[in-house]
Design a protein around this ligand. Structure first.
Ligand code: ADP
Length: 609
């Protein structure tokens, strides 16, 4: 469109569209015309605007666009531009400009006529609408609107998430879609309120999802109006409070745990200000909750331990937990409390560390018990030492007179060789023999305790020793037959022969002793992978399983029927110490009432090079 103007084109006459904002520009952008509406919209009176450059209305960046539009008009075309302008008072206005070239009679462009339309209000309304839509769309709460008849007219994505119906499924449906039958009456009350133009705030009730699950919700409902102010419907914000219920429950459970805990639970800020204080803290430190909250934690820290707090806070700030740190705190009455502290960082919902929670366990009783236990252990060790010393002393003291008695009895025996009373001396010799053995064993135990049991190892044939012992011991019993299954192979070990003999004698003697009826005692021995193992099987009374692992302990004797046999409970202890000393093993298997098998093993001696 070409708009040709003739005559005084700077005058007020002949200006088209005078009902619009009209601005006349020279080709260099100087304003030469500025009508009343331009004054209103841009706030510059004509007297100020005329003579100024049109750049007056634009920011630098926008003026670039304006220049392009002007160039287009100067080239004889109509240009259209929607752009932000600034008014005299600095307000932003969104303006739609049309720029027309003004031609002189020669058809040259001598100016530009601009028409302007203020779109600010429209833009603002559009933006507002878009913002509202965004809020509704991105809201975590369901937002639903409905007519006064209850027909759903809007349904946001959160409503879909909460109730399971899509927007398409919900729109046009009656709101009773999500109201449980027994709550339908609520809807009438809600409508009544709405019709009176009243808002309903945080009304907690139950709504129903598509899959039939009940949803605890909090409703906020407000009427919507048309332009004339008539109520046309309602919008409701539906907040899912099932989490709130759960959170409330959790909170209540935690609060109950904290208040009933026997451990003091205290929380504080990173600056050390106490923010919570449970009942156990009151009992432990004597301050009430009111007295403690708001105070610095140094309230309960002994002066000489104040540095600990800095260390604790430093660890907490780094996000580190402090576990079972044993320390002292001071109660209101000045008494010391021995505690085990566990301190953990408290984080806010964004994960930032905002404080520390400490759990303090009173360990005064435990420390006292530990002290007592240490004292008892010490006392016990002392008494044990006295007992060991006594045993050493007693067995030594017994040994000398016993040797003298034995020597004299043997003399007597020789002198009474054919005497009919010799039998009494023989009996006495037997008993003294037993006594000597017991004293010898007691001495061995003492030596083992003191680590002084001496060994004289030599290479010898265990096969030979077993034959010898079996034969000798057979002389002492008529009821039991001792059978050594000699395989004829040499079983050379490097060990103290006398001590190993002591072990075999002890085991075979036990086999003889712990039998109530005649039976065979079978001895077997063999060499496998350079380990020589000896097994001694009896058909005696047997040993209950629970006792098997204890019979090698010092002074241990099986209770019950076994206790009717005389003994001291040290033979197997000495045997096991002897075997262990030689790098071997000793163990037993047994069946109560059927018999037992005792095993011991020794490493075979190195072959002579
Ligand atoms: P004791 O002098 O009591 O025999 P030991 O140390 O030799 O002491 O044996 C410990 C305990 O093991 C015995 O009191 C006995 O109860 C049990 N015991 C040892 N050997 C046998 C066995 N062959 N049969 C049954 N019980 C046995």
């Amino acid at each position: 469109m070409k708009v040709a103007r003739t005559g005084d084109w700077t005058g007020k006459e002949n200006v088209p569209f005078s009902d619009d904002v009209t601005i006349g520009l020279k080709t260099d952008g100087t304003i030469f015309r500025w009508n009343k509406l331009a004054e209103e919209i841009f706030e510059y009176p004509a007297i100020e605007a005329v003579g100024e450059n049109v750049s007056l209305l634009f920011s630098k960046k926008n003026f670039q666009k304006e220049t392009e539009a002007l160039e287009k008009a100067k080239a004889g075309n109509t240009a259209r531009l929607e752009i932000d302008c600034k008014t005299k008072s600095g307000k932003q206005k969104f303006i739609s400009f049309f720029a027309f070239p003004i031609f002189n009679e020669e058809g040259e462009v001598v100016g530009i006529s601009k028409l302007a339309y203020d779109l600010s209000l429209q833009k603002e309304a559009e933006e507002k609408q878009a913002a509202l839509e965004a809020i509704v769309n991105f809201s975590n709460d369901a937002v639903i609107s409905k007519t006064l008849d209850g027909i759903i007219t809007s349904w946001n994505p959160a409503a879909t998430t909460l109730f399971g119906y899509t927007e398409e499924e919900a729109l046009g449906q009656h709101i009773s879609l999500i109201i449980p039958k027994d709550s339908l009456v609520e809807e009438e009350l809600i409508l009544e309120n709405l019709q009176k133009g009243q808002k309903i705030d945080h009304f907690e009730t139950i709504r129903m999802a598509k899959d039939g699950t009940e949803k605890p919700v909090s409703l906020t409902i407000f009427p919507t109006f048309n332009k004339n102010g008539d109520i046309t419907g309602a919008s409701k914000i539906v907040k899912d409070i099932s989490y709130k219920d759960r959170d409330d429950e959790k909170q209540a459970t935690l609060a109950a745990i904290v208040s009933s805990s026997d451990d003091a639970i205290i929380s504080k800020t990173l600056k050390g200000i106490i923010t919570s204080w449970n009942d156990a803290a009151r009992r432990m430190f004597g301050y009430t909750e009111e007295e403690a909250i708001g105070k610095h934690i140094s309230l309960i820290i002994p002066k000489e331990r104040l540095a600990e707090e800095t260390k604790i806070i430093n660890s907490i700030t780094r996000g580190e937990k402090i576990d079972h740190f044993e320390t002292e705190r001071i109660a209101k009455d000045g008494t010391r409390r021995y505690i085990s502290l566990t301190v953990s960082p408290i984080k806010n919902s964004r994960g930032k560390i905002i404080g520390a929670s400490k759990v303090a366990r009173d360990i005064s009783l435990r420390l006292e018990a530990e002290k007592q236990r240490d004292l008892y252990t010490q006392r016990l060790q002392e008494l044990n030492k006295y007992k060991d010393e006594f045993m050493v002393m007693a067995s030594h003291e017994l040994k000398t007179p016993l040797t003298v008695i034995m020597a004299n009895l043997q003399l007597l025996q020789e002198m009474m060789e054919n005497d009919e009373n010799a039998i009494f001396v023989e009996k006495a010799v037997k008993q003294v023999d037993k006594l000597s053995e017991l004293v010898g064993n007691l001495l061995d135990v003492s030596k083992i305790q003191a680590g002084k049991l001496a060994f004289k190892p030599t290479d010898f044939d265990l096969n030979e020793l077993l034959n010898e012992v079996a034969n000798n011991l057979q002389q002492t019993t008529k009821d039991q037959k001792i059978i050594y299954k000699d395989k004829g192979a040499k079983l050379i070990v490097h060990a103290d022969r006398e001590r190993i003999e002591q072990v075999i004698v002890n085991i075979i003697n036990n086999a003889i002793k712990y039998s109530r009826k005649p039976g065979d005692i079978v001895v077997n021995a063999g060499n496998k992978n350079r380990t020589i193992t000896v097994n001694i099987t009896d058909k005696g009374i047997g040993i209950p399983t629970k006792d098997l692992e204890n019979i090698f302990l010092r002074f241990y004797r099986v209770s019950g029927s076994a206790s009717s046999f005389s003994g001291s409970g040290i033979g197997l202890y000495i045997s096991s110490e002897i075997i262990k000393h030689h790098g071997g093993k000793i163990w037993a298997e047994s069946n109560v009432g059927k018999g037992s098998v005792f095993h011991f093993s020794l490493p075979a001696a190195n072959k002579p090079k």
